[in-house]
Design a protein around this ligand. Structure first.
Ligand code: AMP
Ligand code: MG
Length: 348
């Protein structure tokens, strides 16, 4: 009898001990950081996972980035996008079908400010191969007639996309957002509950920091001075920035950047230097960051007012004014002065 009780005590004791050990292991592993950096999609990317499954998750994340880069790169002869452009369309893979559908949604919502059929114009400027040049005005006028996503014929049932002659697509304005969405999912599937992706300044947060606090995401300043426009304290969100400072060239003292206004064929020039979108939908955030840059300050604000449930934004105007939408109040902080844009237009 005594002996039995002793065994029971030992058993309970060892169970408690293994429970503690497991808990302890979890605490140690929770803050364990696994990070890897790679160069893909023309930019430096960093993938970070916290916790027990980090190593495997980061390895899977890198594979996923490379898979999508191979699929979407306009610079590669082997990519699916290149094949679509060369063949005037075709049956889309699951990824490109999703991207096309999201792109068309953004095209319609933004009344054409976001248009992936911009590719021939990007080529004319040399942004696709870094052979930069200012195209003739007549040439741009001819090219923009073909920039129109609504001219493509798409059968969603069988994912068949047919592009009219001379129409070519470039997912450059949406691909990084989609990639971060996919990579975050791959990492979550590996069991990651906390992590961060930084795809060339576009950030996606998985959950919260291991200690349960929010991540701090700094928004880069276009001035290249190492300063930040501000810091966002958030979790489980995508933070995606489009700026004229990201890719540009100079000719005869004029700077030409890579975000093109589809109505003119010229770099968008409506008063904004940078647009940051904060949203749970990284793909949409990427499309909207490009689109709002094209729209310019006034239109971007009106657009946000009709989409407040989908995203928030931080805008920097050419005059140096920093505008932050109401939903980020509390999350955004800055040493600079900034103005909160309210959901309801201020009628004075
Ligand atoms: P982002 O940095 O997300 O603003 O994307 C810029 C990239 O999007 C460019 O390098 C082009 O590949 C593509 N792009 C430029 N202008 C547009 C536009 N108006 N609509 C859709 N994509 C665009
Ligand atoms: Mg974009």
């Amino acid at each position: 009898m005594k002996r039995k009780r002793k065994i029971a005590v030992i058993l309970i004791g060892s169970l408690l001990l293994t429970g503690c050990a497991a808990q302890l292991e979890e605490i140690i592993y929770a803050s364990k950081e696994t990070t890897e950096s790679i160069f893909a999609m023309d930019t430096y990317m960093t993938v970070t996972a916290y916790g027990a499954h980090g190593k495997e998750a980061v390895a899977e994340a890198v594979k996923e980035i490379q898979r999508l880069d191979d699929l979407l790169s306009t610079g590669s002869e082997e990519s699916e996008v290149t094949a679509l452009n060369q063949n005037g369309g075709g049956i889309l893979s699951e990824d490109t079908a999703y991207l096309w559908e999201k792109s068309v949604e953004a095209f319609e919502e933004t009344k054409g400010a976001f248009d992936v059929t911009i590719y021939p114009v990007m080529k004319a400027w040399g942004f696709t191969d870094s052979n930069f040049q200012v195209p003739e005005k007549e040439m741009l006028q001819k090219l923009i007639q073909k920039v129109d996503s609504s001219a493509a014929v798409y059968d969603a049932e069988i994912k068949n996309l047919q592009l009219p002659q001379s129409v070519e697509i470039d997912f450059g304005g949406i691909a990084k957002g989609y990639t971060s969405e996919r990579v975050a999912q791959v990492m979550k599937d590996c069991g990651v509950k906390s992590g961060m992706l930084n795809l060339g300044g576009n950030v996606e947060l998985i959950g919260e920091k291991p200690d349960g606090s929010k991540f701090k995401v700094a928004i880069q300043s276009p001035a290249h001075d190492g300063n930040y426009l501000g810091v966002l304290q958030i979790s489980d969100m995508a933070v995606i920035t489009s700026g004229s400072y990201e890719r540009y060239f100079e000719e005869d003292g004029v700077t030409y950047h890579h975000i093109i206004d589809p109505t003119t064929g010229y770099p968008a020039n409506k008063g904004l230097l940078s647009v940051t979108i904060v949203s749970q939908d990284a793909t949409l955030a990427d499309a909207y960051s490009t689109a709002l840059f094209v729209m310019g300050t006034e239109e971007a604000i009106s657009f946000w007012r009709t989409h407040t449930k989908e995203f928030d934004a931080v805008l920097l105007t050419e005059e140096g004014e920093l505008l932050v939408t109401e939903g980020l109040q509390g999350a955004f902080s800055s040493e600079r002065a900034y103005h909160i844009i309210e959901k309801q237009e201020d009628i004075k």
